[in-house]
Design a protein around this ligand. Structure first.
Ligand code: SAH
Length: 215
């Protein structure tokens, strides 16, 4: 791609950042990551022109990448610091993965749709985004091999908070997960240093469902 097109994309990304700032995103590290990640390289090629619209987009296999505002909202709630171990459930397009990597997190990501996982990993690698672990797995079980995690982010609608994810969270850790059936409430679970659970409830969103098992 010509550098002219790259500049056009960078300008569109900056406009997107201004838009999500107006919607209430204040965390500079999140805004910087959104300003950097080439979303147009992670959505299907035919949707490239829509990549910097603030809307969800289809990514194949009946799945969608969330609206940039939603990604920013969840990432802000997650409160990620460089070097933290973050488990992401639902790799999807890899956009959220790239945002977390851009913020300096060590990202462990799992996806239940094999074809999606395989194609996304290739795209991420080509862009220089290398997760600590990317695999084909069932988010309801988490990823016990590498637990505990400082942060866990679930990017699909969960009917309940899966217990294995709570177990895999480090004391002092935080998890952001949309919970509900047709409409989801954004829930932030904080595991206190003594292991007790604190639950905070935020705004409502609509996600594709967290489906049971691997496809
Ligand atoms: N983070 C993604 C969001 C994609 S949508 C992005 O930025 O594009 C949610 C994803 O979660 C879909 O790809 C879907 O296949 C996946 N998913 C649904 N249920 C799952 C489960 N039980 N385990 C792992 N991934 C799951």
């Amino acid at each position: 791609m010509s550098s002219g097109e790259e500049i056009t994309h960078a300008i569109k990304r900056q406009q997107l950042v201004e838009e999500i700032k107006k919607q209430g995103i204040t965390d500079e590290r999140v805004l910087r990551a959104i300003a950097k990640v080439p979303r147009h390289k992670l959505v299907p090629p035919e949707l490239e022109d829509w990549a910097y619209e603030n809307r969800p987009l289809p990514i194949g296999e009946g799945q969608t990448v969330s609206q940039p505002f939603t990604v920013a909202y969840m990432t802000q709630l997650l409160d990620v610091k460089p070097g933290m171990k973050v488990l992401e459930i639902g790799t999807g397009s890899g956009y959220q993965t790239a945002v977390l990597l851009e913020m300096g997190a060590k990202v462990f990501t799992i996806e239940r749709v094999r074809s999606l996982y395989l194609s996304t990993i290739e795209k991420l690698k080509a862009l220089g985004y290398i997760p600590a672990y990317a695999g084909y797995g069932d988010g309801y079980q988490g990823l016990p091999e590498y637990a505990p995690y400082d942060r866990i982010i679930v990017t699909a609608a969960a009917p309940f908070v899966p217990q294995p994810l709570i177990d895999q969270l480090r004391p002092g850790g935080k998890m952001v997960i949309p919970v509900g059936k047709d409409v989801q409430e954004m829930v932030r679970i904080i595991k206190l240093p003594d292991g007790k659970i604190k639950k905070e409830i935020y705004d409502r969103f609509v996600f594709v469902p967290l489906l049971p098992g691997k496809e």
